[in-house]
Design a protein around this ligand. Structure first.
Ligand SMILES: *[C@@H]1O[C@H](CO)[C@@H](O)[C@H](O)[C@H]1NC(C)=O
Ligand SMILES: *[C@@H]1O[C@H](CO)[C@@H](O)[C@H](O)[C@H]1NC(C)=O
Ligand SMILES: *[C@@H]1O[C@H](CO)[C@@H](O)[C@H](O)[C@H]1NC(C)=O
Length: 480
């Protein structure tokens, strides 16, 4: 009886998830903020962590060039062909649409041939440096979810810096340096992302991987987001739970992938030879055909929808939060301090909703931060751990998204504070710690830290882990 129910659930799961397959870039199942469930008290809302889908962020940015008059064509000028630097009769003319190369062409639809591109003026003022800043602004915090990819139509620059801002362009930090010779250009040893590890993932490196001039075919520069995720989630990003766990507990890591603005600083065009050919300066310029930035609005796990209205991105906050990033509690919902949602426990996370202010309800409800209310889920047999979840109470979206996700992995860690990974589904924590990754002091969970700490774990945690492993064990692998 239990087996047949299990099989039918599983069959449905397979059907639904095969329908839902075309989602290679979505890195989560946090796509509903709440769902209705049945408890002994009847139908109630169950709140979950939620986030907007990852999408093409270039549709929502503003671009600014410095110096402002650096785009070619005003006045018209000739430049040399990319393929043949001695054929110098190509024309850029801003007043003729077919010969103009305005900045918008970095973000238009590519895939046609020949491609459209932005182009700078040529290096006619050599030896004065030819430098351009391309600033991309969202006026909103966004979380990057895939590599930043810049496709050059000219040779790739000899020197370039990618910078980021987290405060709407007030301050800037380097993100990555690019040069044909890192030591010469930036006094840095050349490195590639593959030389990094989990412990050095936040290091800012200079790479020579993308900076050869005209000679090679490749025209692409990457800022490698996925390779950095892979230090936590494994080579094919199968173990996203591990990444989520780490993002949840390490603010610095979360911030590393978060930006409000990006700046591409082009410092020296591709020369391709040791010396600059002063007789043919029209050979040297920058041209970019495409910039890809994928990400999502940062809504602190309190919204699945981010709207673009009036040239502005805003989270549609749930859980009674408000603000552009859902960064505070609504008025009259300040019964406890605001906190972001949590990815844990996988796969639903914790909503950390804002609750009505104390004055309006008397005493604040006792709140269980991480663990779901297990008694409302009726585990049928604690050993076999097949949750008796009535399917009708769970939306198909949610069912499809309960895919397999390992919680931990002894190679890639993630049990913290000396915890060890058990069967990839739970961390065995030292006595003083608890939480899915042993990330929390046990006394904190019990709200009794201080001189008399050392309380037992919350009664819920054991069945919750068993339930979790049942959900994970029955599901399909997370496909990327
Ligand atoms: C580009 O921006 C940097 C700061 O990020 C600034 O120091 C530099 O002068 C700017 N360059 C140009 C050409 O505007
Ligand atoms: C938020 O407040 C509204 C009433 O304004 C209420 O109906 C709703 O259930 C609340 N949501 C949460 C997540 O507490
Ligand atoms: C869990 O759910 C049961 C039944 O709905 C309820 O009586 C109990 O108070 C809930 N516990 C918590 C901590 O919310």
């Amino acid at each position: 009886m239990y087996l047949s129910r299990f099989l039918s659930i599983h069959a449905l799961w397979v059907t639904v998830s095969s329908v839902m397959q075309p989602y290679p870039l979505v890195w989560g199942h946090y796509d509903v903020c709440k769902t209705q469930i049945y408890t002994e008290e009847g139908k109630v809302w169950d709140y979950m962590a939620c986030q907007p889908e990852s999408t093409d962020m270039t549709k929502y940015l503003k671009v600014k060039l410095d110096p402002p008059d650096i785009t070619c064509g005003d006045p018209p000028e000739t430049f040399c062909a990319m393929g043949n630097p001695y054929m110098c009769n190509n024309e850029c003319d801003a007043s003729t649409p077919e010969l103009a190369h305005p900045p918008e062409l970095m973000f238009d639809f590519e895939g046609r041939h020949p491609s459209t591109f932005w182009q700078s003026a040529t290096w006619k003022e050599y030896p004065k440096p030819l430098q351009v800043n391309i600033t991309l602004s969202w006026s909103k915090t966004i979380e990057l979810t895939d590599n930043i990819v810049i496709t050059f139509e000219s040779g790739r620059p000899d020197q370039m810096i990618l910078e980021k801002s987290l405060d709407y362009g007030r301050t800037w930090q380097p993100y990555q340096y690019y040069a044909t010779d890192c030591l010469d250009a930036f006094h840095m040893d050349p490195k590639s992302v593959k030389d990094l590890s989990q412990h050095t993932v936040l290091e800012i490196i200079c790479t020579e991987e993308y900076s050869t001039g005209y000679s090679t075919n490749s025209k692409i520069i990457h800022f490698e987001i996925k390779d950095r995720f892979a230090f936590f989630a494994g080579p094919r990003l199968r173990n996203m739970a591990s990444l989520y766990g780490q993002l949840d507990t390490t603010k610095k890591l979360r911030d590393f992938f978060t930006v409000t603005d990006l700046r591409i600083r082009l410092l020296r065009p591709a020369v391709g030879e040791i010396f600059v050919d002063e007789l043919h300066l029209a050979r040297y310029f920058y041209a970019i055909s495409d910039i890809k930035v994928r990400g999502r609005c940062k809504c602190n796990l309190h919204a699945t929808v981010c709207v673009y209205d009036n040239s502005k991105l805003t989270c549609e906050c749930e859980h009674n939060t408000t603000g552009p990033d859902c960064g505070k509690c609504k008025k009259n919902y300040q019964g406890r301090p605001w906190s972001p949602g949590s990815y844990l426990p996988i796969p639903k996370g914790t909503a950390n909703t804002c609750i009505p202010s104390i004055s309006s309800i008397g005493t604040p409800p006792k709140f269980n931060r991480i663990w779901p209310n297990i008694s409302s889920l009726e585990v049928s047999n604690p050993k076999q751990v097949a949750p008796k979840l009535a399917l009708s109470t769970v939306s198909s979206v949610q069912v499809a998204n309960h895919k397999r996700a390992n919680v931990c992995d002894n190679e890639l860690l993630h049990c913290q504070n000396g915890g060890t990974c058990h069967n990839n589904v739970r961390c065995l924590c030292p006595a003083a710690y608890t939480g899915i990754l042993c990330e929390k002091l046990r006394c904190e969970e019990a709200g009794s830290c201080g001189p008399d700490s050392g309380q037992g774990p919350p009664a819920h945690s054991k069945p919750a882990l068993l339930l979790l492993s049942a959900l994970l064990g029955a599901a399909n692998p997370l496909v990327f």
